[in-house]
Design a protein. Structure first.
Ligand code: ATP
Ligand code: MG
Length: 553
């Protein structure tokens, strides 16, 4: 059993109290993304919260696409969102589109007009803004505010019929131009947009504004707890006003929590889209992106993301979570699951001069010493192997226990070897080591004759598979929200070294590795087989995370 909502979660408390008070027979929540981009780790927080709270109390959760703005929405995004929610491990009870409710929303707007609670506005966006007032001063009423119900009904129908251009008219709720809450100063609830909608095509040329549409969507679906992020707090009175005056049968309630922010991460879809559109990354699923699809391609598992979301908890206080915490959860998840293997990222050839030419022996190597049930594998050993370039130094400092002339080291799962000679090319680079091995020191035979301090990973050369390794650094160098950063473009903070590509070698048995398989490479950390760039000829590995971190939970 995974541990559920172990951290504090004030919404769970509210739901518990509501059920105790008999307010609801069943809890209904929803996850309401706008299909204008791919989901990111912040959305995961909201998904886990909405689905698990309903789950815990035997309720229901809908996936609802909040597709009221045809200008930015696309079916590509609808499909990716469905895939990501499923991949995270959640099954929605109902799948809905706000656009399915356009008829009903229109009727509810007509009802408001009939009740004298909405009017058609002739003023432009700028003029409306100019009359809206400020936090200190009340707004001023527009001349359109005194239109008769009949005229409003007629004009709204003409808006619907396409008699006006974009921006020529809007529909406003008639609430209170002097309200201390600016959201209640006659907010716009419908606007004209002569644009094809991904779902309703050209059926509509007027579209409801989010603030009007959302409470109606929630009420239609019988949502009991409409959970959203804090920036909607000031809209709550408007939410309640609309539910009440549109005479919705159900009365959903809105609750706000603090959105997830991560260090070294931009999270807004607008910014993520910019990175994609300007080709600064390899698509929405680039492993450096904080999108669910990017994290998946990097090698994160659904379990690790869910556990992370549970651990960060749900609160109203603003906070930024250290990205290393996310890394902590993938290490924890893969520790027992991922097979161990050896890969050489920056190869240096080693010839073992006293090993018989043409001979290959197959050595036993456990797959995961922390999980013996995973069994063992066979790895070849012969006269030629590769080690890491950084594991040899011609002239080492003290406490360097790897290869240098005259020094002996242990090869993981194999023998002790001793460096006898090294060969340089014309440029002075070391290109080959000449070593000898001691047959007595074979791994697993219990040799205790002498000790060595260094243990190196290696790959046998004649059977090795070529592989590409992709190492990542944070895509964003400064934290979003740092002082001054917002003034600059966030693009100024894109890390030019966020991707490093290396060509090396992996064990022969990797021939069977499939896209999305995950491994722990000795000393290098956890890697995932990249599903996009891996070919029949060459495996491509994305580094998920290094082995160690100073991060403590
Ligand atoms: P963004 O600001 O990244 O574009 P959004 O809020 O516009 O996100 P929506 O598609 O409207 O994106 O979001 C769907 C749901 O996910 C909303 O309920 C929203 O509150 C929630 N959500 C979005 N970003 C975060 C976040 N960083 N942390 C927690 N919840 C989030
Ligand atoms: Mg939004």
């Amino acid at each position: 059993m995974e541990n559920k909502t172990s951290s504090s979660n004030f919404i769970k408390h509210i739901v518990t109290e509501d059920l105790k008070a008999g307010k609801h027979d069943e809890i209904v929540t929803r996850f309401p993304p706008e299909p204008n981009g791919y989901l990111h780790i912040g959305h995961a927080k909201s998904i886990v919260l909405n689905f698990e709270i309903a789950d815990e109390f035997n309720g229901r959760t809908n996936l609802r696409f909040d597709d009221t703005n045809p200008l930015k929405e696309d079916v590509e995004f609808v499909e990716s969102i469905k895939e990501d929610v499923k991949w995270l491990g959640f099954d929605w009870d109902g799948l809905f589109f706000a656009s399915n409710y356009f008829d009903e929303m229109y009727q509810r707007a007509v009802l408001l007009i009939k009740k004298g609670m909405a009017y058609v506005e002739d003023l432009s966006q700028e003029e409306i803004r100019a009359l809206r007032g400020t936090l200190k001063e009340p707004g001023k009423e527009s001349p359109s505010r005194s239109r008769s119900v009949e005229e409003n009904l007629d004009l709204f129908e003409k808006m619907k019929n396409g008699d006006f251009q974009n921006g020529e008219k809007v529909l406003r709720a008639k609430i209170d131009m002097a309200s201390p809450n600016i959201n209640l100063r006659d907010p716009v609830i419908y606007r004209i947009a002569h644009t094809t909608h991904h779902n309703t095509g050209d059926e509509w040329c007027i579209y409801p504004m989010y603030a009007f549409a959302h409470p109606i969507e929630d009420a239609i679906e019988g949502v009991t707890h409409s959970i959203c992020t804090l920036e909607f707090e000031d809209q709550r009175p408007l939410y309640d006003w609309i539910v009440e005056h549109c005479e919705m049968e159900a009365t959903p309630r809105q609750y706000e929590f603090a959105r997830l922010n991560l260090t070294n991460t931009v999270m807004s879809k607008r910014k993520l889209k910019q990175l994609v559109d300007e080709n600064l990354v390899d698509g929405w699923d680039d492993p450096r992106m904080p999108t669910i699809s990017g994290l998946r391609r990097k090698g994160y598992t659904p379990e690790s993301i869910r556990n992370f979301c549970r651990e960060i908890g749900v609160a109203r206080a603003f906070s930024t979570v250290d990205s290393q915490m996310l890394e902590h959860f993938i290490r924890e998840d893969l520790k027992l699951k991922a097979p161990r293997t050896m890969g050489v990222l920056r190869p240096l050839k080693v010839v073992i001069t006293n090993y018989p030419e043409g001979e290959v022996e197959w050595l036993d190597a456990e797959i995961n010493p922390e999980n013996p049930e995973m069994g063992s594998r066979k790895i070849p050993f012969s006269r030629e192997i590769y080690v890491e370039q950084e594991d040899f130094m011609e002239d080492p400092p003290k406490k360097y226990f790897r290869l240098f002339p005259g020094n002996e080291v242990r090869l993981k799962h194999a023998y002790f070897i001793k460096c006898e000679e090294f060969i340089k090319d014309e440029d002075g680079n070391v290109v080959e080591l000449r070593c000898t091995y001691d047959p007595e020191t074979k791994s697993g035979t219990g040799f205790t004759g002498r000790k060595v301090k260094g243990t190196l990973h290696w790959v046998e050369a004649t059977n090795a598979k070529q592989a590409e390794f992709r190492l990542y650094e944070p895509l964003i160098l400064e934290e979003e929200g740092d002082e001054g950063v917002e003034e600059k473009s966030f693009l100024d903070n894109v890390n030019p070294n966020s991707l490093q590509i290396l060509k090396g070698y992996v064990e022969e048995n990797m021939a069977h590795a499939k896209p999305q398989d995950k491994f722990q490479f000795f000393r290098h950390g956890y890697f995932n087989v990249d599903p996009k760039h891996t070919t029949r000829e060459q495996l491509v590995f994305n580094q998920i995370v290094s082995l160690k971190s100073s991060f403590k939970l």
